[in-house]
Design a protein around this ligand. Structure first.
Ligand code: B4P
Length: 321
């Protein structure tokens, strides 16, 4: 797996020219940092006016695959991967809220509901290693929105990479702080913050980059994905419409999977993708923005409505995976 050593500047230069030439539409947001007084979960609420012209799920003309034949002006690296296997391309997101947001896209069409492969995971991890910069406090997160209730809008398999907002500490960071890497066993469950409303499965990553290979990443992913998928067996009677959906988030410090029941709360008029489940909330409606900034504890309830109940403290045989 080879990631060009100058990847950060390749992305910056491409972003600058695409921005200057109007090839991408940077979406300005008003942001507010806040915290849930009950769970202490930190939130960064970004407000993007609903007027923005961005196609939503189902609005891309049928049969069109914007990630399959991307604009040259948005393509940072057309062929990325191992020496003999250039399976991916790296693209700029056409509608970023955070500058230099990129997408790791499979060159051959695969579906966004397909499981991630060990190579997908290692390529994403290597990108994180190349982009994170401790000295300037730059951290990145990779995420994968999979399935119709995950908040995804395009079906061509893609992982996304964005820089974490400065000094933003997610609840997963807090949960993994000072903890050594482990793989779950029958007696040792992945970490789950008991104060947070929704089910989530988190594992700390090894501190040393050299310890992380395809096998370790695959073991982490499969063990937490398996726990997330149990919800779809258990809740199918109650909700026969349920379709397997989850969010995956990976940083150099932790990996997390959140099973999802809904992409959008019709009552609260807000939806989430992976970013929402680490506290980065995007609103598109003025009323919703005021409501949740005034009462951030509402967010925990809406995240639960679009996820499943927290199972912290339960033994695996109590919910049978
Ligand atoms: P998906 O996984 O399918 O969908 P998504 O990230 O949830 O974004 P969505 O499109 O639903 O937009 P949303 O209003 O929620 O990823 C598809 C990706 O491809 C998106 O990043 C999309 O922008 C990009 N894309 C679409 N057409 C493209 C094209 N022709 N060429 C290249 N890229 C293309 O969110 C709007 C934006 O803000 C999205 O980029 C989203 O990822 C990002 N975002 C959402 N919540 C955020 C948060 N809390 N903080 C920072 N960014 C956030």
């Amino acid at each position: 797996m080879s990631i060009p050593a100058d990847i950060a500047s390749l992305i910056s230069d491409k972003y600058k020219s695409a921005f200057d030439n109007g090839n991408l539409k940077f979406i300005h947001t008003e942001t507010k940092k806040t915290k849930d007084p009950k769970t202490s979960m930190p939130y960064l609420i970004s407000h993007m006016p609903s007027l923005i012209e961005k196609p939503e799920r189902g609005q891309t003309p049928e049969g069109e695959d914007p990630l399959g034949k991307p604009e040259e002006e948005l393509t940072v690296i057309p062929e990325l991967g191992g020496a003999n296997d250039k399976s991916y391309k790296l693209l700029l997101n056409k509608f970023p809220v955070i500058p230099e947001h990129t997408l790791l896209v499979t060159n051959e069409y695969q579906h966004q509901t397909d499981a991630l492969t060990p190579t997908d995971l290692l390529t994403a991890y290597k990108l994180l290693c190349a982009l994170d910069d401790e000295e300037s406090d730059k951290r990145h997160m990779v995420f994968y929105n999979s399935g119709p209730a995950s908040g995804s809008s395009l079906d061509h398999k893609h992982l996304q990479i964005l820089q974490m907002p400065e000094k933003f500490v997610t609840f997963q960071d807090r949960l993994c702080n000072g903890k050594e890497h482990f793989l779950p066993t029958f007696n040792t469950e992945p970490l789950q913050d008991a104060k947070v409303s929704f089910a989530h499965f988190v594992l700390p990553m090894p501190e040393s980059e050299e310890a992380v290979d395809e096998e370790l990443l695959a073991m982490c992913y499969i063990s937490i994905l398996q726990r997330a998928l149990t919800f779809f067996q258990d809740w199918l009677n109650e909700n026969p419409e349920l379709k397997k959906s989850y969010n995956l988030m990976l940083t150099k410090e932790w990996i997390c999977v959140v099973p999802r029941s809904k992409a959008f709360s019709d009552e609260m008029k807000i939806g989430f993708n992976s970013t929402g489940y680490c506290g980065m909330i995007l609103t598109k409606n003025d009323e919703v923005f005021s409501k949740i900034t005034e009462k951030p504890e509402l967010i925990n309830d809406i995240l639960l409505e679009c996820g499943f109940p927290n199972t912290s403290g339960q033994k695996p045989n109590e919910y049978n995976y």
